[in-house]
Write a protein that binds this ligand. Structure first.
Ligand SMILES: Cc1ncc(COP(=O)(O)O)c(C=O)c1O
Length: 399
């Protein structure tokens, strides 16, 4: 199967698996395919590799390896943290979160609501930031856990998790952060952050899909979400995904090494793309605070055109970008994140996210900047006319 060239600007959706990571995991698919819980050494010898990977991912976030629970993905980490907090404090039936979380959190909270729990979805300001006074005031005596993402997957806006964790501590509530988008882009030090739980997903870090982790701070009670065998020291049932765990460990090492590149070269590429679009395309505007923001993410609206059409025409020239989260793509609803920021629905529907990563080059940014203005102009020429004038169908015909 040969793949035509792609220009990949969707690194917040998923990332290319690094060749070094493929290399590291292959022996665990081909030769060492045993079960680490087995009594014989062909299986049991794998436990050493699991622990080696655990030490590597722990080092990425400055945790103790015993504080790491491997999960299947970021979604599982988020669900597990909330589930554990509510079982630990059965008398506390309130969860505080924000209106701009990933569906991995929002959907779980909505399900909790249906089961009688009280959930507060904190609103955000028009630039996507949080009002910490409001957050503090919203923590109740019966708040079991506060769950706030570190960096928004759609806008890249960063929340001050260290301050939020301090507020939670002072109010006696547990604190979880969804750090899925922060990993590999921001330095993570769980000791300095002071959170009780933190979730990561390996496929945002140039490792395969199907593996993630939940950091559980020492001495914080943990109730497993998935019950079964005694794996993960009784904290997560299910035979360990050894090849992917090994891959995650290798990816964590690489992520630590490329943090500087992310914040210098990748940031410069993102800035070039963003400023090039804003300067070259009339009626384009950024969404979300300029800073603090992930170094790789730009979210822009294009007056008078639907993102759906833009993405279709971008796809025809090999450019991968997205509107909103990959997990909600396909839905015609405007982004809940942009709506929560007070963005009118029409503007939210015209927004496209570009998220860069370590494999992007300046030539790719130039390529995108060459194609986008023509695509937007074409869509605008085809867009339905102003009210009162005959409407033309908005189409995204092949070039
Ligand atoms: C902020 C955030 N949280 C959670 C997730 C879910 O991660 P996973 O796909 O590993 O379940 C994502 C995925 O895009 C995300 O961006």
């Amino acid at each position: 199967m040969s793949q035509p060239p792609i220009y990949y600007f969707d690194n917040n959706a998923t990332t290319r698996v690094a060749p070094e990571v493929v290399e590291a995991m292959l022996p665990f698919l081909k030769e060492y395919w045993g079960n680490p819980s087995s009594a014989y050494s062909f299986g049991h010898q794998l436990a050493r590799h699991l622990e080696d990977a655990r030490a590597k991912v722990a080092a990425l976030i400055n945790a103790d390896p015993r504080e790491i629970v491997f999960t299947s993905c970021g979604t599982e980490g988020n669900n597990s943290a909330l589930h554990s907090a509510l079982l630990t404090h059965p008398d506390k039936r309130h969860v505080l979160t924000t209106a701009v979380e990933h569906s991995a959190n929002i959907k779980f909270c909505q399900a909790l609501q249906k089961r009688g729990y009280a959930i507060t979805f904190l609103p955000v300001e028009s630039d996507g930031s949080l009002d910490l006074h409001l957050l503090e005031k919203s923590i109740r005596l019966d708040t079991a856990i506060v769950s706030v993402m570190w960096a928004n997957n759609e806008t890249g806006v960063i929340f001050p998790i260290e301050e939020i964790a301090a507020i939670c501590r002072s109010k006696g509530a547990l604190c979880h952060t969804d750090a899925v988008q922060a990993a590999g882009k921001l330095k993570i030090d769980v000791k300095a952050l002071g959170v009780d739980f933190l979730s990561l997903s390996a496929h945002k870090l140039h490792a395969p899909k199907g593996i993630g982790l939940l950091y559980v701070k020492r001495r914080v009670k943990y109730h497993p979400y998935i019950l079964g065998g005694g794996q993960e020291r009784g904290r997560r049932g299910g035979t360990e995904n050894v090849p992917c765990i090994v891959a995650f460990g290798r990816a964590a090492d690489l992520a630590a090494a490329s943090l500087h590149d992310e914040n210098t070269r990748v940031r410069a590429l993102r800035d070039k793309l963003e400023s090039g679009i804003l300067a070259g395309i009339p009626g384009s505007s950024p969404n979300g605070a300029k800073e603090p923001r992930l170094p790789n993410t730009a979210n822009l609206s294009f007056d008078g055109v639907e993102a759906e059409g833009i993405l279709l025409l971008l796809d025809q020239v090999g450019i991968c970008a997205s509107s909103g989260s990959a997990c909600t793509t396909g839905s015609l609803d405007p982004s809940h994140v942009l709506l929560a920021m007070g963005c009118p629905p029409a503007r939210a529907r015209s927004s496209v996210r570009f998220s860069l990563g370590k494999y992007n080059t300046e030539a790719e940014v130039d390529y995108a900047l060459r194609h986008l203005p023509g695509i937007i102009a074409r869509l605008r020429a085809n867009a339905p006319a102003e009210p009162g004038k005959p409407a033309r169908r908005a189409t995204a015909q092949p070039a």
